[in-house]
Design a protein around this ligand. Structure first.
Ligand code: FE2
Length: 156
């Protein structure tokens, strides 16, 4: 399949356009974080028997409200609504897929509770991206436990 016809790449191009309005530093942050979370989502989906392509879309869209509004306030709930609009407009995802993606986005800021499926994978992927961005920066308190557990899962 060509890149132009792959729906994940089409979605990524839409998000790229929204990120490109920012200056270099913010652009770098959003690209690094959104693509990083998307890739970690794929890794976790493969390990957990989820659809990696749906998980990748969760990662790409999870902070969409922060991208468009420029503020983090209540971005999980607002981002779920915005992601739904974007996915509907794209016309490439069915209703079941849209629900899976938006439900995961809605809960992704809650790092303390345990969820299932895509929601849990997205929270874990978000934590991995935050904690691996720069090894000199300590993890936030709310992410320490999850990060430790995830890293334990990588030890052989
Ligand atoms: Fe995030």
């Amino acid at each position: 399949m060509t890149e132009e016809k792959n729906r994940l790449e089409i979605l990524r191009l839409e998000i790229d356009r929204l990120v490109m309005k920012y200056q270099l530093k913010e652009c770098r942050y959003f690209f690094s974080h959104l693509y990083g979370v998307s890739e970690f989502c794929v890794l976790l989906a493969k390990k957990r028997g989820l659809n990696p392509e749906i998980a990748a879309a969760c990662g790409m869209l999870h902070d969409i409200y922060q991208v468009t509004a420029g503020i983090p306030d209540n971005h999980a709930a607002k981002g779920a609504e915005e992601a739904e609009e974007i996915l509907r407009e794209l016309g490439l995802y069915d209703e079941g897929e849209i629900s899976l993606i938006c439900d995961a986005i809605r809960t992704h800021s809650d790092k303390y509770n345990t969820y299932e499926g895509y929601a849990e994978a997205l929270i874990d992927a978000d934590v991995l991206s935050h904690c691996l961005y720069n090894p000199d920066f300590p993890p936030e308190d709310k992410e320490v436990k999850r990060f430790g557990k995830l890293m334990d899962g990588f030890s052989s």
